[in-house]
Design a protein around this ligand. Structure first.
Ligand code: UT7
Length: 321
């Protein structure tokens, strides 16, 4: 029987090393005050030498599987949203599959930068509602510290490393109304130069992240409330029905601006940007996991997640938790 994609487990992992804003003051012309006031970020985690994206993803996956009370071999598919996979190939997802000791099913990566988790959720939902998979592990995992230009104060103070994971399971939920209710995805390649990495396989360099921050900011404020409202409309709902916005955590001012445009109070927003910085595709599942652990997110709550990033690519997913 095919049904809705219901969240049955959530978990996250953050590398041990915590880097407060003040650490950047030693090497850059910046200040804790500037970073806090312009972005809301106070600290972020950086992976240890040799610690890779799939290592973070495996830890987050284990936490989500434990929360769901299932074994890895009960999962049909793994999707990892990442722009910082360990190797060019194979996918980070197959590395997670191996790390979890899972010998069946299938695994692949999704690359839509900061919107990656929203895109991955959309893929997982499609696999479940079409009956191709019953249980899907969806992970967002990143080591953006590996692609920072440490001399560029306008970017290197903003990003962090981490991973979050959800277990989605096919359930016939007509009565409880739980699960993924709707999705809205968008991209516009005309804006590809606003946020990109100036390297890659065919240029034979790893490259560094480059961003026209204030341009991305402008698009974010305009596009995020719109995609969230569109996704809600597709589900026959409106912003007034929302218990929690769980936004991509890039900048507190973007998060506040989006909530305001949707007519919602910051009391309805899960905010983790102060502790994690911008962890790209990992930021939404991290915030979902932290939001549940804090006691904010409860079963039956209506959640809208929204994100924008390089591409530009953006979108939103509505979930009844
Ligand atoms: O996750 C993917 C999506 N990404 C985002 O959503 C990021 C969107 N953008 C932003 O969050 C913000 O644009 C930033 C936090 C990146 C920057 O904030 P802003 O208010 O847009 O500042 P700005 O880029 O307009 O820069 C203002 C000033 C500049 O100086 P001048 O030209 O006015 O003299 C910058 O050089 O701040 C300067 N500046 C800094 N000063 C101290 C830039 N970075 C720093 C820094 N410390 N780290």
């Amino acid at each position: 029987m095919t049904g809705r994609a219901v969240v049955t487990g959530v978990g996250h992992y953050l590398p041990e090393r915590v880097v407060p804003n003040a650490e950047f003051e030693a090497t850059l012309e910046t200040s804790d005050d500037w970073i806090r006031s312009r972005s809301g970020i106070e600290r972020r985690h950086f992976a240890a030498d040799g610690e890779t994206t799939s290592d973070l993803a495996i830890n987050a996956a284990r936490a989500a599987l434990a929360d769901a009370g299932i074994d890895a071999n009960e999962v049909d598919a793994i999707i990892v949203a990442t722009s910082t996979a360990d190797l060019t190939f194979p996918s980070a997802a197959t590395m997670v599959q191996s790390g979890l000791g899972m010998t069946s099913g299938f695994a692949f990566d999704v690359q839509a930068v900061c919107a990656g988790f929203v895109y991955a959720l959309s893929n997982a939902n499609a696999l479940i509602v079409s009956g191709q998979a019953n249980r899907v592990l969806v992970i967002g995992a990143e080591t953006f510290s590996r692609i920072m230009d440490w001399s560029d104060r306008s970017t290197c103070v903003l990003f962090g490393d981490g991973a979050g994971a959800l277990v989605l399971e096919s359930q016939d939920t007509a009565e409880q109304d739980r699960g993924i209710l709707s999705v809205d995805l968008n991209s516009d390649g005309r804006y590809k130069d606003l946020l990109y990495v100036d390297g890659g396989v065919s240029t034979q360099t790893t490259g560094h992240l480059r961003m026209q921050g204030n341009q991305v900011f402008r698009h974010a404020v305009e596009k995020l409330a719109k995609t969230a409202n569109t996704a809600l409309k597709k589900a026959g709902l409106s912003a007034q029905d929302v218990d929690w916005i769980v936004p991509h955590q890039a900048n507190i001012r973007i998060i506040q601006g989006t909530a305001k445009k949707m007519g919602l109070s910051m009391d309805n927003v899960v905010v983790t940007v102060q502790d994690h910085g911008n962890t790209s595709a990992a930021s939404i599942p991290l915030a979902l996991s932290v939001g549940k652990a804090r006691g904010q997110i409860k079963q039956g709550d209506l959640i809208v997640t929204e994100a924008i990033g390089g591409g530009l690519a953006w979108g939103a997913v509505v979930i009844r938790w």
